[in-house]
Design a protein around this ligand. Structure first.
Ligand SMILES: *Cc1c(COP(=O)(O)O)cnc(C)c1O
Length: 358
């Protein structure tokens, strides 16, 4: 039986999107391939509120995260972390021989604009990385306010991991001053895993040109130059994903409407939060709660893996905690094309299995 996924990626994919993956192949050096890339870029620019160039990479979200920090950091990266995906960026820096320092917030709290200002005042950094939506802890960071701080330091690039929020929550790339904004297909965009996407500013590309050893496959400059030349990619991209992405972006931008999509995500997250606060408590402080994934403190010491087994029999799946929060939290994601009615069914099923008061 197919389980409806309330895990933070991969998410359920609409059958018509899956069908688009089966579109007959075209050559990746054809006019049709260029048109496909252009069509995707124009719609992604709307979804990201940006005029910056859009790049795709056939890799999961981590691909362009690694490409971005490696391509852009000449001096030293200030990595701000509120959980496992923030930590990942730090590990990427170290394993690419990129000087970096990690700044962690107290448990359950956001990256504050003040922390960023304090770090940048040292003059040690040319890159800041922030996780917009930390999937392990259900924390959303104040990326607009952080962007204002970074703008006070002209040479500094602002890299944002929006893998688990882009397409589900509003991210105004240009207004917030984000130089590289990264996402991937298998979260709020509602497609199978396999493509990483980002917007990139001219400032980031110009800085990267002066950096040696940017790598090859994930070098942002190489990707950028080929896109600028003929709307194609240096290597063969997953055209199947691109067909599905083009279709799905059309649905998001033209059919559902971007604002409606964000509102639907928020409404579902509000519902999960209300349910969680009635029976448990929320991991994230009340000024930084994600609208795409809710991390719940398992204050009743319930058996989450047993719950998931029983939910599985009813055709649902939720997630346990991540990393060091594995056993003390559990997570319910409400991403992509999940509908409120299905969420209601899930919460009713959990109430029944755990015998919670409805
Ligand atoms: C899922 C995710 C990633 C990247 O994961 P991939 O498996 O490489 O796509 C990065 N950051 C966040 C916040 C995520 O949720």
């Amino acid at each position: 039986m197919h389980k409806r996924l309330f895990i933070p990626g991969p998410v359920d994919v609409l059958s018509e999107c899956l069908e688009k993956m089966a579109t007959p192949m075209i050559g990746h050096r054809t006019k049709d391939a260029s048109a496909l890339q252009k069509s995707i870029s124009e719609k992604l620019q709307k979804l990201m509120y940006t005029n910056n160039t859009i790049l795709l990479s056939t890799s999961s979200g981590s691909g362009l995260m690694e490409g971005a920090i490696r391509s852009c950091t000449k001096k030293r990266a200030a990595v701000f972390s509120v959980g496992s995906f923030g930590d990942r960026w730090y590990e990427m820096a170290l394993s690419n021989d990129i000087p970096a320092d990690k700044f962690e917030s107290p448990e359950g709290e956001k990256t504050s604009p003040e922390m960023v200002r304090e770090a940048l005042k040292t003059g040690k950094y040319d890159v800041v990385t922030v996780t917009h939506n930390e999937t392990s802890s259900g924390i959303v960071n104040p990326c607009a306010e952080i962007g204002e701080v970074i703008a006070e330091f002209p040479g500094v690039l602002y890299l944002v991991d929006a893998v688990s929020s882009l397409g589900g929550d509003k991210i105004e790339v240009d207004k917030w001053g984000i130089d590289v904004c990264i996402t991937s297909t298998q979260k709020c965009l509602g497609l199978p895993p396999g493509l990483s996407l980002c917007s990139v500013s001219n400032k980031a590309i110009e800085a990267a040109r002066g950096k040696e050893n940017r790598g090859f496959y994930l070098d942002l400059v190489r990707l950028y130059d080929q896109v600028k030349k003929n709307d194609q990619y240096p290597s063969t991209p997953s055209l199947s994903h691109m067909f599905a992405l083009d279709y799905q972006l059309e649905r998001i931008v033209e059919e559902e409407g971007i604002e409606n999509r964000f509102a639907r995500h928020k409404k579902m997250a509000d519902k999960v939060r209300a349910w969680a606060e009635k029976h448990f408590s929320l991991f994230a402080a009340d000024d930084c709660r994600s609208n795409t994934v809710t991390c719940i403190n398992n204050t009743q010491g319930k058996d989450v893996s047993d719950l998931n087994k029983k939910l599985g029999e009813r055709g649902f799946s939720i997630s346990n905690g991540y990393g060091k929060f594995k056993d003390i939290t559990f997570r319910i994601a409400t991403m992509a094309d999940t509908l409120e009615d299905t969420l209601d069914e899930l919460l009713d099923a959990i109430d029944e299995i755990w015998e919670l008061e409805a």
